[in-house]
Design a protein around this ligand. Structure first.
Ligand SMILES: [Zn+2]
Ligand SMILES: [Zn+2]
Length: 215
């Protein structure tokens, strides 16, 4: 038997990235999504909630999302890292250099235990998330979608009232908009989403009013 999915957001790094804890309130087992840095605060939040982390999930390879993943894996006793899509390998390989460029100390390169692709599924305490490959912000961005709980973890693909920037290496604005229109919005107007930065929202609200997604 599984319980209800719970989620808590911990803004991390100078980019105020929404590192997200997700867990099953029945088993108190969960995952850390996008531990970009500030690992002491992430660990404190895990302890506060009294949950056991069974894996780390990555939406994409940017420093503010993935920079702390390798060290957190170590701190948590070697839990597996799942995601992103292999097209972001070049970003994960150069995290130390990128971190140095942004003045973020301690970022490590990371190789996921499992790469993800369109149609894959990941489980967290038995709760299932479908994987969408949604390139454009980065080539290997993925979305984690819980069809049962109507919740999507979208990384930097779409934000409340905006979309991901596409001026970084491998970015492509047309590809991003196509991924949002053809894959993300069809998940359903009722779906709540947690973006990589800023407030949460619903896909219906974005379909109706996000200025990047009209016409
Ligand atoms: Zn990003
Ligand atoms: Zn970001």
């Amino acid at each position: 038997m599984t319980g209800t999915l719970r989620a808590g957001i911990i803004p991390v790094t100078p980019f105020q990235q929404n590192c997200t804890l997700i867990w099953d309130d029945a088993t108190k087992v969960g995952a850390v999504v996008d531990p970009g840095g500030d690992l002491d605060r992430i660990e404190a939040a895990i302890k506060d909630q009294g949950i056991t982390i069974e894996k780390i999930l990555l939406t994409h390879g940017h420093i503010d999302h993935a920079g702390g993943a390798a060290e957190l894996k170590e701190r948590l006793g070697g839990v597996p890292i799942e995601g992103p899509h292999p097209a972001d390998r070049f970003l994960l390989d150069k995290l130390p250099e990128t971190g140095a460029g942004y003045g973020i100390a301690g970022a490590r390169a990371v190789t996921p235990d499992r790469w993800l692709d369109e149609g894959d599924q990941v489980t967290v305490s038995g709760l299932t998330f479908d994987i969408l490959h949604a390139p454009g912000h980065s080539p290997g961005s993925v979305v984690f979608m819980s069809r049962d709980e109507r919740l999507a973890l979208v990384g930097d693909v779409v934000f409340q009232g905006s979309v991901g920037r596409t001026d970084l290496p491998g970015g492509n604005h047309e590809q991003l908009i196509r991924a949002i229109l053809e894959k993300v919005l069809p998940l359903g107007d009722d779906v709540a989403f947690i973006p990589g930065h800023g407030p949460t929202g619903t896909l219906g609200q974005e379909r109706q009013s996000n200025p990047f997604l009209q016409g």
